[in-house]
Design a binder for this molecule. Structure first.
Ligand code: SDX
Length: 426
């Protein structure tokens, strides 16, 4: 007998099915609520509302657990590669050698960008934010590949085209923004090594591809690859539910990720640390402002809607930063400030009482700085990492025979009915 939840309203008792996930999470299925009771639910920011049943990512915010298709983020970061994790998220299995090889061939075959797209980059005003450019360029891909998702194009081609071209476009937009010649992808380089080479190789100074940075970039993108129904993934699902093409839905995800409360936080963390570095007493001032309820200032890179414990990704990134700094014999004053800020916050009652810990964005920017990535491209780096997750989440919807258009309800609180008044009488 399926478990149910009872609701009593205006003397009537109603029963609704209880949905229990594979990890024991419980939800009331209210899909018949309005039809049976006339009620709807209200939950600004969807703090308590599940939008779907998903088999892709499991997060336990209290215990700091993150798994992709059942595999722990710690094991994937240690043993896997970004390509392999992308395949896992999209296909729900770790690929065999042959499957990974075929996936890689498709990624390589699709790594070039149509030469006409270069003009798009050149017509954006200098100084345009790379996230705005990326969102526009991804939508434009549909114009260059109109047969997208048609019968003659199998899914892996659609998927690898996006995974490969977004990486190339990101590097292209950087090169064009600094007035340099575009570096083309190379068939002999892996996904991550190709990106670094496209970003930093130059005719007068060949780029030395450091294996430590390739490993770090693999881990960085693995950690960002998915995170259940976050703001940008929810946006991809909502926009995709209108049956728009995949690339337009992904473009919506890029736009949502841009915000400083979401993916834009990695850039905001570095800007915050720079402000602290340039301001004597900046550290204590930042902590003081973060605790002041009348001050809109937030400690960027701290806090999370789901993690009420240390974000497991932040732990891995912090270790990866220490490893890269040791191997490359480099340092960064912002790392010292970040560690000091973390230590102060984690001992402060305000942060303890509010369950505020470092999240994925707190150390990620410091790692990207070590790679030489410009600050205004940090969120683009997050977007490239999140692509496989967005695609997998969209595909999970698209493969559902009961795929519904997303259209939330509301409670109206505006004026009651009133008569129109001619302008002469107002
Ligand atoms: C990502 O959802 C995901 O999974 C996202 C992500 C992913 O992989 O997709 O994990 C990536 O977006 C990580 C989050 C990056 N954003 C930041 O680092 C920005 C700083 N963080 C905050 O703005 C905030 O923590 C949020 C937005 C991330 C989450 O906030 P919530 O869940 O909406 O909660 P809230 O803003 O209502 O805050 C609850 C309380 C408030 O205090 P009270 O009014 O209850 O006294 O906590 C306080 C807030 O003032 N608070 C903070 C704080 N975060 C929350 N106070 C100071 N500094 C902060 N960073």
């Amino acid at each position: 007998m399926a478990e149910t939840v009872k609701l009593t309203f205006e003397g009537e008792t109603y029963e609704f099915p209880l949905v229990i996930g594979t990890e024991g999470e419980k939800a009331i299925d209210i899909s018949k609520l309005r039809q049976t009771t006339g009620l709807i639910t209200l939950d600004p920011g969807f703090v308590n509302t599940g939008s779907c049943v998903s088999a892709i990512t499991f997060v336990d915010g209290e215990k700091g657990i993150l798994r992709f298709r059942g595999y722990s983020i710690e094991e994937l970061a240690r043993y896997s590669s970004f390509r392999e994790v992308a395949y896992l998220l999209i296909h729900n299995v770790l690929p065999t050698h042959e499957e990974l090889q075929n996936f890689s061939i498709l990624l390589n075959d699709q790594s070039m960008v149509h030469e006409d797209m270069q003009h798009f980059f050149e017509t954006f005003p200098r100084g345009s934010h790379p996230m705005g450019i990326l969102s526009a360029m991804v939508t434009a891909l549909k114009s260059f590949y109109p047969y997208l998702q048609s019968a003659e194009e199998e899914m892996d081609r659609t998927v690898t085209r996006l995974l490969s071209k977004v990486r190339t476009m990101a590097a292209m937009s950087y090169k064009i923004s600094i007035g340099h010649k575009v570096t083309y992808p190379r068939p002999d380089l892996s996904y991550c090594a190709n990106f670094l080479n496209m970003m930093f190789d130059s005719p007068v100074k060949p780029y030395h591809i450091h294996k430590e940075l390739v490993k770090a970039l693999n881990v960085f993108w693995i950690l960002h690859a998915d995170h259940e129904q976050n703001c940008s993934t929810a946006s991809v699902r909502v926009v995709g539910s209108g049956r728009v093409n995949l690339y337009a839905a992904i473009s919506a995800g890029i736009a949502a990720l841009w915000g400083p409360l979401h993916g834009g936080a990695n850039q905001a963390v570095i800007e915050m640390l720079m402000d602290i570095k340039n301001d004597r007493g900046g550290l204590s001032r930042a902590v003081k402002r973060a605790k002041d309820r009348n001050d809109p200032f937030r400690l960027m890179g701290f806090g999370h809607r789901v993690y009420k414990s240390y974000d497991p990704r932040a732990k891995i990134l912090k270790k990866m930063v220490d490893r890269v700094f040791t191997k490359l014999k480099i340092s960064d004053p912002l790392l010292d400030i970040a560690k000091e800020l973390e230590e102060i916050a984690l001992q402060d009652d305000y942060f303890i009482d509010h369950n505020l810990y470092p999240n994925v964005d707190f150390y990620s920017g410091i790692l990207l700085r070590a790679m030489g990535i410009p600050t205004n491209m940090f969120t683009v780096m997050f977007a490239i990492g999140r692509l496989p997750g967005w695609i997998a989440q969209w595909k999970e919807d698209a493969d559902d025979p009961k795929w519904k258009l997303s259209r939330p309800r509301q409670i109206y609180a505006g004026p009651r009915k009133r008569k129109y008044v001619a302008i002469e009488k107002r």
